[in-house]
Design a protein around this ligand. Sequence first.
Ligand SMILES: Nc1ncnc2c1ncn2[C@@H]1O[C@H](COP(=O)(O)OP(=O)(O)O)[C@@H](O)[C@H]1O
Ligand SMILES: [Mg+2]
Length: 272
Amino acid sequence: MIRLKDVCHTYNVGTPIEKRVLKNINLTVRNGETIGIMGAPGSGKTTLAMVMAGLIIPTSGDIVSPGPGPGKTGLLFQFPEHQLFCDSVFNDITYPLREIMGLPPAEVEERYNQACQGAGLNPQLIRKVRQSELSDGERRRVAIAAVLAMNPSVLIMDEPTVGLDPAGKSKVLNEINNLSKEGKTVIIISHDIEDLLCTAKRIILIEKGIIAEDGTVKQIISRLSQREETLPMLPWITELLVRLKRKGVNIKDDIYDPAAALQEIKRVLKKT
Ligand SMILES: Nc1ncnc2c1ncn2[C@@H]1O[C@H](COP(=O)(O)OP(=O)(O)O)[C@@H](O)[C@H]1O
Ligand SMILES: [Mg+2]
């Protein structure tokens, strides 16, 4: 479980470039829960991820978290491929297992295989491949496998799909769903609500360091629909339905699945 109580964080305290980034954050993430965190760039998502992972000690407030380390919290950084530095996929994924944890070779092997499978990679085929030979999507999945190999109970992923093509994106999102099904606690951060709708049941919106919304997918869609300035945060299909409804069209506007939206539009067109 992760629990934050009245957490505030300010960078560069007492200097002219002092910046208050997190303001009175109260948040509990239960074991086995998958939550999505969204917000505009600069709203404080990455800082919150680091605080939850135990990598930043906040300026004030209380925090309960397993903290960093093997078996505890794993953080996938925004551009995790920058952390890969070995000559082969196997060496990258197993580096901390061998060099920091000193696990015996058989266990390293087992964890390598499991981590690859968890990240949607074929452990044998990818084993000796060099970083430079990987596609962007594969590189991101290698970074995910490197986090999984540490067997974290809580997984925090900071913008795991940014910079990926649609195929790479959907593979990563599928893998996140598999991790949720396995019962891991997963926190997925994205500026794109579409990534969260297909992975999380609960979504949190951060605005300028404050938790502006915290609710189920349905509640978040409905609240974002009510404010003009948050309308563009919705999936474009939902925004379209909301705008049609505002123009007086008798249409359901809480739909984000394109196929369901198409059915609803067809239904309305038949009536007219
Ligand atoms: N290490 C840092 N030192 C000073 N300011 C920072 C640091 N990291 C982030 N910030 C500032 O804090 C704010 C929130 O950043 P961040 O947590 O990265 O937000 P997000 O991930 O939502 O884009 C931004 O204004 C950013 O410039
Ligand atoms: Mg960020």
